[in-house]
Write a protein that binds this ligand. Structure first.
Ligand SMILES: Nc1ncnc2c1ncn2[C@@H]1O[C@H](COP(=O)(O)OS(=O)(=O)O)[C@@H](OP(=O)(O)O)[C@H]1O
Length: 331
């Protein structure tokens, strides 16, 4: 009886013979981890040059197994970065990375890896593990703003890849210093006033160049160190002011520099009046702004102090414009 053949009747004619599906319905599988799969499928389409087809319902049609096989064909794995956002602190680096990560041809970790300054001793395998998986056609990029001002970093980057593309988001050094100070006092209550930190003597207005918030703004000095290792063609400078005023235009230039198609365009941005900054529109129903640590209210600094700082930075700014071949308009 055990080995008796199954009755030869069509399935539709059998009673209660409908087999329960071996897998859960596709919809449920997808919805469990839909963001992960959306990303996988975007990558898949990107390699096929068909990345505009990006509605979730399109993606859901593709069985997970097909997707994985195809991704393996495209060498899905963790890769060392081929581009770095090296600075500057408070220069709009987070906004820049978040805007870039909207591009299906770009992968990058959210946190700052600090490999070339803090964790160099951990080795490149450790560094690679900090990167998200990518396919062959994608660019891996990370941001760590302290790289720009750390003396050892240029040589270390060069040793890893002398072809590294370097992106520097810069901002008026006076506003940058105030932004840096604002971040500092948000963590540490009861700190000194900005003027007390910025000047050795508030009456004479002698600037304290040993204060890190001031030193970071000497962009030309830091650039000279980088230029010993990398030609100017490997740098791209992003104006933080322009990234706020015209994110589309600024992102078009970055995508050009990275050799990417201009996918991140006006449909990804809207200006949020409450936040006072451009924010990201991912779909009709999904949008988000950077968190509250970006766009803090700065303390009011008196006009004399501001003027003194502007006078102090002017020659360094002019030198920087000369080195870069671009006027950023900070006077
Ligand atoms: N779209 C958008 N949304 C919010 N904030 C924006 C944006 N674009 C540029 N910025 C400016 O980015 C400044 C913070 O710079 P960073 O991201 O480089 O800061 S950090 O070094 O990573 O801490 C931050 O500085 P503060 O305004 O002083 O907070 C912003 O002015």
């Amino acid at each position: 009886q055990i080995n008796s053949p199954k009755p030869n009747i069509r399935r539709s004619e059998r009673k209660n013979t409908k087999r329960s599906p071996s897998k859960k319905p596709v919809e449920k599988n997808w919805s469990r981890n839909k963001f992960h799969y959306r990303r996988l499928v975007q990558d898949f389409f990107y390699d096929y040059g068909n990345f505009r087809s990006n509605t979730l319902s399109d993606f859901q049609q593709i069985p997970k197994s097909t997707l994985k096989t195809n991704l393996n064909r495209f060498h899905w794995g963790r890769r060392l970065p081929s581009a770095l956002i090296i600075g500057v602190k408070k220069g709009g680096t987070r906004a820049l990375l978040e805007f870039l990560r909207l591009h299906p041809g770009v992968r990058g970790p959210g946190p700052e890896p600090h490999f070339f300054d803090k964790y160099y001793h951990m080795g490149t395998d450790w560094y690679r593990k900090q990167m998200p998986p990518s396919t062959q056609g994608q660019i891996t990029i990370e941001k760590t703003p302290s790289y720009y001002v750390t003396p050892e970093v240029p040589a270390r980057v060069y040793n890893m890849s002398h072809r590294m593309k370097l992106i520097v988001a810069v901002r008026d050094p006076v506003t940058r210093a105030i932004s840096d100070y604002t971040q500092g006092i948000s963590k540490q209550r009861g700190s000194k006033r900005f003027e007390e930190m910025a000047f050795l003597n508030v009456t004479t207005g002698l600037v304290d160049t040993s204060w890190r918030a001031i030193r970071i703004g000497l962009y030309a000095k830091h650039l000279k160190r980088w230029r010993r290792f990398f030609p100017l063609t490997q740098f791209h400078f992003v104006s933080c002011e322009n990234l706020i005023l015209d994110p589309v235009g600024e992102m078009a230039k970055v995508q050009d520099f990275l050799g990417l198609q201009k996918v991140v365009d006006q449909k990804y941005f809207y200006f949020n009046e409450t936040k006072g900054f451009p924010c990201i529109r991912k779909s009709r129903s999904k949008s988000h702004c950077l968190d509250k640590t970006k766009g803090r209210t700065h303390p009011k600094i008196n006009t004399t102090s501001l003027q003194r700082l502007r006078d102090f930075y002017r020659p360094f700014n002019l030198k920087f414009y000369q080195l870069v071949g671009k006027d950023f308009g900070w006077y």
